[in-house]
Write a protein that binds this ligand. Structure first.
Ligand code: UD2
Length: 243
């Protein structure tokens, strides 16, 4: 049995996803392992109530972070983790998952590895939309990069996870000091890191599966099909980010 920290960020309107996220993690995420939910949120009391109401059995710890307009909550994710590194439970592996996700089938030992990434559902068979501006630390030249990874689920073994967080936070800070935000925020930096340090575990789009599988039409054309394991929930981007 391994000790696992599952990190999730839920600020402002995204808190509405927390109950279903935790409920589904209880049912499907690494059953048989010692999983601790680490919730980064801007409103501790409200978040705690959600959990009490839903009767989550596994350990939960809350870490207070400031909410700022989009894309702060996502692009600062590695900063949030590092800010509380010493307060997080000791773990063998750490994972991050978007809160607007739902685990819909058993997620097991296949996700345990040194550096874990998931292939983006929308870019199967394509190179994806990397950052193309050389001024950005997330820049990937046209002769590099073969697969596009989603930012919605990532993780790794303790030391590797923290080394990656430090590298990513530093690169995001450098961009910020140069007035640059990478095209897909944290996801662009994550993809750049994976060009330099390829993942040891590459998860299929089963772990990045759109709730409305329109994007999956490409899969049909390629003769591919995947079973959903992590569902990416539909949302009204403009409405939910308006906080
Ligand atoms: C993609 C990635 C996401 C991130 C983002 C970068 C997937 C499934 N998702 O999704 O991980 O890399 O692109 O642009 O690959 N959040 C809050 N409060 C807010 C806003 C965001 O808590 O006000 C958190 C929340 O956990 C959310 C996550 O940040 O799930 C990412 O935001 P998103 O889901 O809106 O990002 P999206 O759909 O662009």
């Amino acid at each position: 049995m391994s000790k696992i920290n599952l990190c999730v960020i839920a600020t402002a309107k995204y808190k509405q996803f927390l109950p279903q996220f935790l409920e589904s993690a209880e049912r499907f995420f690494l059953k048989g392992h010692d999983v601790h939910y680490c919730i980064f949120t801007d409103f501790l009391e409200e978040a705690c109530l959600f959990v009490l109401e839903k009767g989550i059995d596994r350990e939960v710890t809350y870490y207070k972070v400031e909410h700022k307009p989009w894309p702060h909550a996502t692009i600062k994710r590695f900063h949030f983790f590092l800010q509380y590194k010493e307060n997080l439970p000791q773990a063998d592996y750490l994972f991050y998952c978007d809160v607007d996700s739902r685990f819909v089938a058993p997620i097991g030992d296949e996700i345990l590895g040194d550096l874990v990434a998931v292939q983006h559902c929308g870019f199967v068979g394509e190179r994806g939309t990397y950052e193309t501006r050389p001024q950005s630390m997330a820049y990937i030249p046209s002769n590099k990069g073969v697969m596009y990874f989603g930012g919605g689920f990532l993780g790794g073994e303790n030391r590797t996870f923290w080394a990656a967080c430090r590298e990513l936070a530093q690169n995001i800070d450098i961009d910020e000091s140069n007035g640059i935000i990478a095209i897909h925020n944290d996801e662009s930096h994550w993809n750049k890191l994976l060009v330099d340090f390829p993942p040891t575990v590459t998860l299929s789009p089963s772990y990045h599966y759109p709730e409305t599988p329109e994007r999956a039409t490409k899969w049909d054309r390629l003769g591919l099909s995947f079973e959903p394991k992590i569902l990416l929930l539909n949302k009204d981007h403009a409405e939910i980010r308006n906080a």
